[in-house]
Design a protein around this ligand. Structure first.
Ligand code: MTE
Length: 334
């Protein structure tokens, strides 16, 4: 098999991320005996080389949305669209930051059905495009903080998660909410084997406590920059929980299930000593192998110019969410 190498001008994860962090998820691959160079996706034509030096594209097509635009907060730099759509974590579309954009064409986000089910009086299946086409979506500008110590500020459009959950009428046994990404190795080729998808057992799963899910900040995004979500950002519908590390914000969701017990979550299953269930952004609690005290903000300067800034408690949303965790020891990785 022919493996092309990146050209030297091509930005890599190392350019934006401290080396210890960069090594982290690669270590998981190594532990499985899988070098990144062995990763390649099958295509109808043969093999797609994930390490092509081509510049990542903006991925699958997007179209303008009907939204209530948010007021741009003064003095806040919004991450440029080109950065937010070419520097992604979506392991089902490849494990390097530019892979999801390059491989976005695999995912067919339309049509798309989302189930809301479990401990509810009125389970339902939602036609996501019906919702997108018939609604005026709300725009929210949120910080996104990845556990790898980089951050962005992004303009999402969508609806509050609570609004959707309420429609299903949860019963008294609904203590947690479990989310699941589409499972279809044809559309998400990283799911074809553990070696292709970074050692993860798919589908990608996530969860929240019910009061976290019902918090007004919890958001289901169907758009970014006033347009439908690009595939690499989790089309057509993804979770956004801005006070938690980015891995909680699960992409391309097909199921939201209200459950009684705390559900399993993907990164916690993979390395429970490093990735907790709660995963609240906390500058005082270091990842076991790197500091979380500061982060690289990806803004106008882009990937190469990313400057360091202090990490904020709950990613700056303490006023809205700190009360959810009263009595819990926040120094622990829950
Ligand atoms: N959801 C799925 N299904 N698969 C993934 O690999 N990566 C997570 C999260 N959601 C991921 C996912 C991680 S680690 C982060 S930081 C965010 O998506 C990144 O979102 P973005 O690419 O839109 O910035």
């Amino acid at each position: 098999m022919l493996i092309k190498r990146r050209s030297s001008h091509h930005p890599t994860e190392q350019d934006v991320t401290p080396e210890a962090v960069y090594q982290d998820r690669r270590l998981i691959l190594k532990g499985l005996g899988l070098g990144a160079a062995t990763l390649a996706f099958p295509t109808q034509a043969g093999v797609l080389d994930l390490f092509s030096a081509d510049k990542p594209t903006l991925g699958a097509t997007t179209r303008p949305l009907n939204i209530h635009a948010a007021t741009r907060p003064e003095g806040v730099i919004i991450t440029p669209e080109e950065k937010a759509t070419t520097h992604n974590n979506f392991y089902e579309l490849g494990t390097d930051k530019g892979d999801p954009a390059r491989n976005a064409h695999y995912l067919k986000p339309e049509p798309w059905q989302l189930r809301v089910e479990g401990e509810v009086a009125k389970p339902f299946t939602l036609d996501v495009w019906d919702l997108i086409n018939k609604s005026t979506l709300e725009e929210r500008i949120y910080r996104l903080r990845c556990v790898e110590a980089w951050s962005m500020v992004l303009p999402w459009s969508g609806i509050s998660l609570a609004e959707l959950i309420r429609r299903a009428e949860p019963n008294s046994r609904a203590k947690f909410v479990a989310f699941e990404t589409l499972y279809d190795p044809e559309q998400l080729p990283g799911q074809a084997s553990r070696s292709l998808g970074g050692g993860i057992d798919y589908p990608y799963v996530e969860g929240l406590r019910i009061d976290e899910a019902m918090n007004p900040l919890s958001f289901l995004a169907m758009g970014l920059y006033g347009k439908t979500l690009p595939a690499q950002n989790g089309a057509p519908i993804r979770l956004v929980v801005p006070w938690k590390y980015g891995f909680k914000s699960i992409k391309s969701i097909v199921s939201i299930r209200l459950v009684e017990e705390r559900p399993p979550t993907t990164w916690n299953l993979l390395a429970s000593n490093e990735y907790g269930f709660y995963a609240n952004v906390n500058p005082q609690v270091d990842h076991p192998r790197w500091s979380q005290a500061s982060e690289r903000f990806i803004g106008e300067g882009g990937i190469f110019g990313a400057k360091r800034q202090p990490t904020l408690m709950f990613n700056g949303y303490a006023d809205e969410v700190a009360s959810l965790y009263q009595g819990m020891d926040l120094r622990k990785w829950y």
